[in-house]
Design a protein around this ligand. Structure first.
Ligand code: HEC
Length: 187
């Protein structure tokens, strides 16, 4: 009797703990990804400036944008130990406009408003891409169809399991040390 009560308490406290602690993906009933509200408190991996890699690259004289990459803390901690992304990994790619002249700044670039937000989730062993569209007001995003270019470019060119660890300076040495880094084919 007493044993059962203790067991129940343990089960309930474990459930409460994991519900509070999770920073994995959350979905709507129809399978859209809900915007992770606190992604700015996740691990910041890097910021690319004016990177162009797709056929729809902007004109060379177009204003450059920053890509800020965040990953959830649980996945990051696991990657540090193994060099592998665990299930329930969530990446957020926050694309921001840039400005050069402003306030006291004379040269170089600083970041301004959000242009678009995209995400990438590993769930049930497979990766899915999501687009929150322009700006930062969308609360949920539908998955991109598997025929979308996101899937092929990431699978072919990402250095670690679909992701561009070759561009994230704090993760690159971890993946190399753990032996999970694969050099993508030179273009
Ligand atoms: C032609 C190649 C290419 C295509 C197509 C592409 N990406 Fe990426 N993606 C990259 C590169 C390169 C990076 C890393 C550099 C950066 O932008 O900071 C990246 C980074 C990302 C990241 C950060 C996590 C990671 O994998 O490193 C997300 C999220 C992302 N892309 C989403 C998308 C979505 C959604 C689409 C489709 C709508 C897409 N990408 C299409 C090349 C591509």
């Amino acid at each position: 009797m007493r044993f059962a009560a203790v067991l129940l308490t343990l089960v309930f406290s474990a459930a409460a703990f994991s519900a509070e602690d999770t920073d994995g993906p959350r979905y709507t009933a129809s399978g859209s990804l809900m915007m992770p509200a606190n992604y700015r408190e996740w691990i910041f991996l890097s910021s690319g400036l004016g990177m162009t890699y797709g056929p729809n690259a902007p004109a060379p004289d177009a204003p450059q944008r920053f890509d800020n990459v965040f990953v959830n803390r649980t996945a990051y901690q696991s990657f540090q130990k193994t060099g592998i992304w665990p299930d329930k990994t969530v990446f957020v790619l926050e694309i921001r406009a840039s400005q050069s002249k402003g306030s006291i700044n004379q040269a170089g670039h600083f970041q301004t408003g959000v242009a678009a937000i995209e995400a990438e989730v590993k769930d049930g062993g497979k990766w899915t891409f999501f687009g929150f569209g322009a700006g930062d007001s969308a609360k949920e995003a539908k998955p991109f169809p598997r025929t979308e270019r996101c899937y092929t470019c990431h699978a072919q060119n990402g250095a670690v399991d679909n992701t561009f660890v070759q561009f994230y300076p704090t993760l690159l040495p971890v993946a190399k040390a753990k032996g999970t880094f694969k050099d993508p084919e030179p273009k």
